[in-house]
Design a protein around this ligand. Structure first.
Ligand code: MTE
Length: 315
């Protein structure tokens, strides 16, 4: 029998209103540049935390149809439980070292390896995508991310034909992550998807946002994004990628499977057991807008689920 542990996202609405809606507006919007992106990033990698641009060409296939969330809101209102249960973990998160950073690829793969992030970045092509992000708590943001398709990361590992799932594990660094002391959570933070979902063009790995390297609080130096799913699927600060034929037990599912399932596709008509998912509140403006099925990305992803009608796809 599970004990229900109140989470940070169960704060009353009054406690979570973003405080700085006016700063940083539309930074990074004009950053459309060519192949200089990789070199620029590698240079800044050594100068961790130094200001600088991280330009990559915009992929216009995924235009969001919404205003970009002010940078300050997207980078100061976060969920990253390793650093604590509040939304204001960004000062604490700055202590996480993001270089050097290694990612281990293992399981059912042809190329088991532990690679430095710089080696990974040399093998991929960066682009910018402006994507909607919908948290299960019913807040949402729209962010210009810099990164590369998740399929490119999986290709580095070389999945064997029997692999069915891709599992992502977040860093556990007790010296800088006070949230890990909350021993009732099933650390490490594990998330996962099917190999078909990972191969979908919308699945993304972010290494930057607003034309700059990803800040620690948003999952530096690399995090996954599944824009059609609730945000808890978007594991941050990834250290391990494992291919397997067994569906992983994921972090929130392990705590409360009835509320946070494996599939977690956005659906306004399927309420969370304790609140409606019909609307979402936009960080920054505070506007309340209707939520769309698959977070509005059905044209890209709905076909992934046509043969899975017996699964609990929406929570
Ligand atoms: N990844 C890790 N490692 N730890 C977390 O607590 N929270 C998830 C997801 N990834 C989380 C995580 C949740 S609930 C959301 S909504 C998003 O990160 C929030 O991402 P953001 O802070 O960049 O908005």
């Amino acid at each position: 029998m599970l004990i229900r542990i109140p989470r940070g996202w169960e704060l009353p609405e009054s406690a979570v209103t973003p405080e700085a809606a006016v700063m940083g507006r539309r930074k990074g919007l004009g950053l459309i540049a060519g192949a200089a992106a990789l070199g620029a990033f590698a240079g800044r990698a050594q100068a961790q935390g130094a200001p600088g641009a991280m330009a990559a060409p915009r992929n216009a296939r995924f235009e969001p149809g919404r205003d970009i969330t002010p940078e300050r809101d997207a980078t100061t209102y976060n969920n990253f439980y390793e650093f604590g249960g509040s939304k204001s973990i960004y000062p604490t998160a700055q202590k996480m070292p993001v270089r050097p950073w290694k990612v281990t690829f293992g399981g059912m793969v042809d190329n088991p390896a532990t690679l430095d992030i710089e080696d990974i970045l040399k093998r991929v092509t960066l682009e910018e995508r402006v994507l909607r992000h919908r948290c299960v708590e019913a807040w949402a943001m729209t962010v210009p991310w810099t990164g590369f398709p998740l399929s490119e990361l999986v290709k580095i590992a070389g999945p064997k034909p029997e692999a069915k799932y891709v599992v992502f594990e977040t860093a556990t660094l007790p010296a800088v992550m006070p949230g890990l002391r909350q021993s009732w959570y099933p650390w490490p933070y594990i998330e996962g998807c099917t190999v078909e979902e990972a191969a979908n063009e919308l699945a993304f790995v972010a290494v930057g946002m607003y034309g700059k390297p990803l800040p620690q609080q948003n999952g530096a130096p690399l995090r996954v994004l599944f824009p059609w799913k609730y945000g808890f699927k978007a594991g941050k600060s990834i250290v391990k990628v494992t291919l397997t034929d067994k569906r992983p037990s994921t972090f929130w599912e392990g705590l409360q499977a009835s509320e946070y399932g494996f599939w977690a596709n956005v659906n306004p008509e399927v309420p969370h057991p304790r609140w409606s998912q019909a609307h979402e509140r936009l960080l920054g403006s505070g506007d309340r807008v209707p939520t769309k099925i698959f977070n509005g990305y059905g044209e890209f992803v709905a076909s992934l689920y046509t043969n899975l009608q017996n699964e609990r796809l929406w929570a």
